[in-house]
Design a protein around this ligand. Sequence first.
Ligand code: ZN
Length: 304
Amino acid sequence: MTTGMSGSSALVLFSGGQDSTTCLAWALRRFDHVETVGFDYGQRHAAELAARPRILEALAGPNLGADHVLPLEILKAIGGSALTGDAKIEMGANGLPTTFVPGRNLLFLTAAAALGYRRGIRDLVGGMCETDYSGYPDCRDETLKAMTRALDLGLDTRFTLHTPLMWLDKAATWKLAEDIGGEDLINLILWSTVTCYNGGIATHAWGRGCGICPACQLRARGWRTYIGRTPLDPPWKQFPTYEAGSLGWRMGGGEDYWFRFWDWFLRGLTDEGRVAYMHANPEPSGWKGRYATMLDLLNTDSFT
Ligand code: ZN
């Protein structure tokens, strides 16, 4: 459903998470005018909604238009999900995680289509994905195609639903973000998006979150696979004008990169891969001992 661009305006279902931020960047590359819609349904992870303005500001440009937030408290009123209530996050008797919110994507799409109808927008963009998602039945391509057809009939118009992430795993979603917006977009997604079910904000190499909930684990796994697939230049090649050890290695660009490099070098490479990398990328003078310092961490108890 990612082909057949039918208009120059799109409405992106934008929650403030990794997937919908990637979709927003994707849409900004393809449409002359892009609006966003988020839903406030009393989600436990309200940090996600709070992240939206920051991300919108960072992606602002001539083709980014209005943002809309629609209340959908009906989902909380219906209850029964770990995302809207106090239920524990685990596998339910129905074979679905308790994070499943019955009808959520169907309601989201209906509300987005109705808003699109009012705004004269017929292209909808959503981050729904079959690949990683514990079998949420409302993320299935077939469900979404049928829903789009129902909306076409019910509103007597023709919508196109774009789901650029439908067949991508989390690692491929990171790669898509890199292809669209390079290091800047990767850093924005890493540090500004929140996908944690508990709304955790502790810092990890893969971004912020509690590190324990299924969404954090999925994100961490995807990040590790992504960085494992993507060789990184050593920091001295990436930032040749910075000197080793200067100013916390230049808070911001350099520091972020160093953190990422460190994680990739230790977790994304095998032992043989590290040896080959060090051989191909010897430390220049002024950087001597950096590899050894990193390798020492592999032997500490706290390294996981
Ligand atoms: Zn979490």
